[in-house]
Write a protein that binds this ligand. Structure first.
Ligand SMILES: Cc1cc2nc3c(=O)[nH]c(=O)nc-3n(C[C@H](O)[C@H](O)[C@H](O)COP(=O)(O)OP(=O)(O)OC[C@H]3O[C@@H](n4cnc5c(N)ncnc54)[C@H](O)[C@@H]3O)c2cc1C
Length: 520
């Protein structure tokens, strides 16, 4: 059932078993999983079914660290949350991403990739992606009928992204929520405070407001906070009536360890005279019978361990194709260098004939292509850093609540790690004669100005066994608070280099299972 909270009477008290705050990828997944059970669920969503500027303005905030997207544009505040504009790129975290790595400060999840695997498999269905086979090169070679890159130095390897259509959780799963008799979804219902007992050991209720309408309260046996990794700490920190430092913040960890996936556009360039070696999966989204895939490159675990590096992922974008026609005649000055490199490489390593990609996947390379000028896109792991954080601003929103203030920080070590892996790609491609790669990063620890995030907010209520190292435990329950759970990427202990939503959905499915099997 979906209702508009603006029609409730002032001071209504809603009593329920489970209150879920936020109807995005995480909140909707949990509500759907528990639909049809005997649990009464109240799903509280700040927005309506469509975008509304007044509600979106509640997301406005301050940026105090390195440049970041305005906080009201890098997420969406209505039913379905940020999946209303996500790109659909999916990839699980890899097993090493969960490990405690002594060279990555604060690394080490209290769960392993194997613990999440069954939930990742189910998350494929929720995100409408294909088989749970991300690093299975042989499988995708069979599916695409195309050979992946020959890589033999043990430095980098091929991995695969899959694309969700992208699933807009709000529209795709709205009917499920409407038809679930045990789920009461309230729209335009902004949770303004999580109330706790005097000791802070238990949540006793939620204060909820509507813009220009009634305020009311929700009392539940258990609560899940699922408002995204900037808003989750904001709501915990602003709920300071009985706990001056905020709910679940005994150890001053709420809001700390904000992580992103630094993206450096044009992190390297490449000229290749072997366009046929890069089958269509590397250069575009390849549509197969039940999935859309895109091949990418990641460092091997051996390289990460040996050289004590952090995770990264690279995609290849084609900037231009060399044909006999465009190689003839004068080239514009800015293309002359790429052309010289192309000619040099062609002389060293003449194009070979190939029988792949086969018919059906023949849009790459285009007819007559003798080579290509490419650029690499990248996303990489930043090590958890307590000083990279979300705090409360002095500014207030239309409901009188302190806005979020983000201070995103990256370290020199993060940059040097990425730099080394870019060079590993260059080494491997050079050794295989695949292309001349020109790394674009400087050798120092300075991040280039064009470094941006990927709209991936993570880490601000991190998971750890010890309350001194994390806000939630391995079951996503807030340490020291008996009945409060957190869903979403704020619980990520480390961020790897994989887009977060598949992992958010997997963790949400796991949390739903946990709540189903435990009555308290
Ligand atoms: C432009 C863009 C592209 C992206 N592309 C990708 C991609 O390709 N792959 C990928 O994996 N990820 C991508 N993401 C990230 C992805 O959208 C998020 O990881 C995902 O939506 C997070 O899910 P969530 O449920 O934790 O939060 P959200 O989806 O943000 O949902 C949070 C919900 O909580 C509600 N809410 C907030 N505050 C309150 C409150 N106080 N009371 C009640 N309700 C509240 C909001 O209205 C919202 O509906 C992208 C994001 C953006 C912005």
């Amino acid at each position: 059932m979906i209702e508009d909270a603006r029609r409730l009477s002032e001071d209504t008290l809603i009593e329920t078993d489970l209150a879920i705050i936020g109807a995005g990828a995480a909140g909707i997944t949990i509500a759907r999983e528990l639909a049809g059970t005997d649990m009464r669920i109240c799903l509280l969503e700040s927005g309506g079914l469509e975008f509304e500027q007044d509600t979106q303005n509640l997301y406005d905030g301050e940026n105090g660290g390195r440049w970041y997207f305005p906080l009201d544009t890098c997420r969406l505040r209505y039913f379905g949350g940020s999946t209303n504009h996500w790109g659909g790129w999916c990839r699980p975290l890899t097993p090493i991403d969960f490990e405690a790595r002594d060279w990555v400060p604060y690394s080490g999840w209290p769960i392993t990739r194997a613990d999440l695997d069954p939930y990742y498999e189910r998350a494929q269905t929720v995100t409408e992606t294909g088989p749970f086979r991300y690093d299975a090169t042989a499988f995708w070679e069979e599916q695409t009928g195309a050979k992946m890159l020959p890589l033999s130095l043990g430095l980098i390897t091929t991995t695969f992204f899959q694309y969700s259509p992208p699933t807009r959780f709000g529209t795709r799963y709205r009917k499920d929520i409407e038809q679930a008799t045990n789920v009461r979804a309230l729209l335009h219902a902004t949770v303004t405070e999580i109330e706790t007992s005097e000791t802070g050991a238990e949540v006793t209720g939620l204060r909820v407001a509507t813009l220009g309408g009634p305020s009311f309260r929700v009392r539940a046996h258990r609560y899940i906070l699922a408002t995204g990794a900037i808003e989750n700490p904001r709501l915990l920190l602003q709920s300071n009536r009985t706990q001056p430092a905020g709910v679940g913040n005994t150890h001053d960890l709420v809001g700390r360890f904000f992580m992103e996936h630094p993206h450096v556009p044009g992190v390297a360039g490449m000229v290749t005279s072997r366009p046929e070696a890069f089958n269509a999966a590397y250069t575009q989204h390849l549509s197969l019978a039940d999935s859309i895939v895109h091949a990418a490159l990641i460092p091997t675990d051996a390289l990460l361990r040996r050289e004590r590096l952090q995770q990264a992922v690279f995609t290849i974008g084609v900037m231009g194709v060399y044909t006999a026609e465009n190689l003839a005649g004068e080239a514009p000055a800015d293309q002359q260098r790429a052309r010289d490199i192309f000619n040099l490489q062609r002389d060293l390593d003449p194009p070979r004939t190939t029988d792949h990609p086969p018919a059906g996947y023949n849009d790459w390379p285009p007819a007559g292509a003798l080579g290509a000028n490419c650029t690499f896109g990248c996303a990489c792991e930043q090590a958890p850093n307590p000083d990279s954080r979300v705090t409360l601003s002095d500014e207030r929103d239309a409901l009188g609540l302190p806005r979020a203030r983000l201070d995103w920080r990256l370290s020199e070590a993060d940059k040097l790690s990425l730099n080394r892996i870019v060079r590993a790609v260059a080494d491997e491609f050079g050794a295989q004669g695949l292309g001349r790669v020109r790394p674009a990063l400087s050798d120092d620890g300075n991040w280039p100005e064009q470094t941006i995030g990927g709209y991936h907010h993570m880490g601000t209520t991190r998971m750890a066994d010890s309350p001194e190292l994390g806000v939630v435990d391995a079951n996503c329950k807030v340490h020291g608070v008996a009945n409060l759970y957190i869903a979403g990427s704020s619980v990520f202990t480390t961020g790897g280099a994989s887009n977060p939503t598949l992992t958010i959905v997997a963790l949400a499915l796991r949390l739903a299972d946990h709540l189903r099997t435990r009555s308290s």
